[in-house]
Design a protein around this ligand. Sequence first.
Ligand SMILES: Cc1cc2nc3c(=O)[nH]c(=O)nc-3n(C[C@H](O)[C@H](O)[C@H](O)COP(=O)(O)OP(=O)(O)OC[C@H]3O[C@@H](n4cnc5c(N)ncnc54)[C@H](O)[C@@H]3O)c2cc1C
Length: 417
Amino acid sequence: MRWQIEDTPAQLEFRAEFRSWLAQVLPDGWVAAVEAGDDPALEKVKAESGFNPFAWQGTIGRSPYAAPLWPKEYGGMSGEVWMQQVIRSELVRHRLPTVSINLLGVGLAGPTLIEHGTEAQKERYLRKILSGEEIWCQLFSEPGSGSDLSSLATGAVGDGDEWVVNGQKVWTTIAQFAKFGMLLARTDPDVPKHEGLTYFVVDMKAPGVEVRPLKQMTGSSEFNEVFFTDVRVPDANRVGQVGDGWRCARTTLMNERVALAGISLDPVSFTGGVRRHPWQSYLEGVPDRTDPLVRQRLAQLYIESEVKEITAYRANSARLGGQQPGPEGAVNKVFNAEYNQRRSSFAIDANGMAAVAWVPGDQRAEGRAQTFLRARANTIEGGTSEVLRNQMAERILGLPRDVEVDKGVPWAEVRRN
Ligand SMILES: Cc1cc2nc3c(=O)[nH]c(=O)nc-3n(C[C@H](O)[C@H](O)[C@H](O)COP(=O)(O)OP(=O)(O)OC[C@H]3O[C@@H](n4cnc5c(N)ncnc54)[C@H](O)[C@@H]3O)c2cc1C
């Protein structure tokens, strides 16, 4: 029998409340198909009702269930971490998206604004983040500053009640669709690198912002280069104090690790009784399930997926009372990224030639190849596994700090390539 975490009475009650909300908002027949464990019927209802993830984001985003941890006054529930777990498990059970189409808005920008933004900024942005009406992107990484983010060079110079921004960002996911960006810029080059940064909200349609999509090996253009030429940003869009950008950016980065650790190849949920085994569709994609070596690898992956889910559950449960995530987010991020790679590699190995050459239109084969190629990025995006291991070594294990040759040196005097 599969290991289960039993609901407490409060969780049972909340689960019933959320299920009843789902029953009200989902098309007729959806919930009945879920209750009956009838996947073909569910697929039929989904297709006939023209289910659209953008419209769904609007529906859940205008309810308090999209971000239960956010304050009530900004569209959340002022709730607890377990509520998020219950909601996620019900979304999995009802075959609904568990990740917002506005992942960077909900996962990164929202928590940063809640912690460091002004009242006016919270009022202006938070609800539209949840509803997906305004998509956000993260303007942090630059061609010369990725892991060493605080060395970045994009500058913002004060001019009356505005700032003038010049420079270049790269790797900016979904910038081509974004309405706003979280920008980290250098406002004082004459102090050490962490101290001269300021955090802004930038209108991605403002004059002087140029977005150039980059093509990935998956064939899609998920991320972009973004160029700023004399872009004027009102001071009202500054988040936090001038020179305090690194503190705000750390909130974004800590939340990014949690958001990315939550993106998994497994639609696993070990609460709420998922009827169909969550591994079923993955197993169906493995042609020879009798080969002893195949079975060994499958069993190993299964163990890892359980460990991953339970560790995520425990880490989240530890974050009670709305605390910000700490360095423990790095543990799950690293494990999840490497697990995704092992799992998608195995799917390729197990399918042999069929994994590398297929009849056009074979969606399973296409999806398998896409997943394998996309998973390469998992150990880079949101902080590389090497850098996160450094962080764990320092902040969790208390090992000596990594070498810092530029410590205490004004940014303008540090040698750069
Ligand atoms: C798919 C994808 C989407 C992304 N989306 C965004 C986004 O939306 N917004 C954004 O701002 N950024 C984004 N990024 C950028 C991402 O954060 C950076 O790629 C990442 O931080 C690494 O930086 P880098 O690419 O400059 O590599 P570098 O920092 O140049 O690192 C190169 C190599 O050196 C290693 N290394 C570097 N420093 C150390 C060290 N101190 N100890 C040990 N090893 C080290 C790294 O692990 C890596 O293997 C995205 C990246 C990817 C792949």
